[in-house]
Design a protein around this ligand. Structure first.
Ligand code: GRF
Length: 205
């Protein structure tokens, strides 16, 4: 069985949706560890309620380099058996860029959720970007993490219509509902070994 590590920084609602789905649908993946770079992340308490191990590496008070910070994360992942061979790492609102070393070591084993239809509106404030641009649709994307910002191969996407009176908040709220579905589906596909890569094209069987 695959071992799952989830990295969070705050609310952790995507993490919560994934943990709920694993439990409800008995998905064959072991939720091994939740790691936060923020000791006050709400998601930590939620993870504990699900009986999942948690760890904190406080990035604010961390003295070393990005590489050293990520080495700490990797050592916690490994201790919990989330290895490049036998693990999946989900970034769920994890507000840090990963070091190239981490990305390379866990190639095609780290996934992220982004609140827009990539490659449109990467980076921060994706919902605001979509509204300001005047897009008629946005949504969310689950993608592999590569060395760029939100540039990795796309696993799945869900769309949301942008309404004339949408604000950043109202749009974000509707996208979040789709994020929870998309991320849970993606984790299930991984657990069932249904994701194959052909170049940067992800095929779902
Ligand atoms: C989500 O909108 C996600 O797409 C973005 O950060 C937010 C995290 O929310 N990367 P949560 O912590 O999962 O509730």
């Amino acid at each position: 069985m695959l071992n799952l590590g989830i990295l969070i920084s705050g609310r952790g609602s995507n993490m919560e949706a994934i943990l709920k789905t694993i439990k409800r649908k008995k998905i064959p993946i072991n939720a091994a560890i939740v790691i936060s770079n923020n000791p006050d992340a709400r998601g930590l308490g939620v993870a504990r309620k699900f009986g999942v191990n948690t760890a904190v590496i406080d990035s604010k008070n961390f003295k070393g380099s990005r590489k050293e910070f990520d080495e700490k994360i990797i050592s916690i992942l490994k201790k919990n058996k989330v290895t490049p061979k036998n693990g999946l790492v989900c970034l769920a609102g994890f507000m840090r860029i990963l070091s190239p070393e981490f990305v390379k070591k866990y190639k095609n084993k780290i996934v992220n959720i982004h609140p827009a239809l990539l490659p449109a509106f990467p980076g921060l404030d994706a919902q605001k970007q979509a509204i300001e641009y005047g897009a008629k649709y946005s949504g969310c994307t689950v993608h592999f993490v590569d060395s760029g910002v939100d540039t990795g191969p796309i696993i799945l996407q869900k769309t949301v219509k942008i309404l004339d009176d949408d604000t950043e908040e109202t749009l974000a709220k509707r996208i979040l509902v789709k994020e929870h579905q998309a991320y849970s589906e993606a984790v299930q596909l991984f657990a069932e070994n249904k994701i194959k890569m052909i170049g940067r094209n992800v095929k779902i069987s």
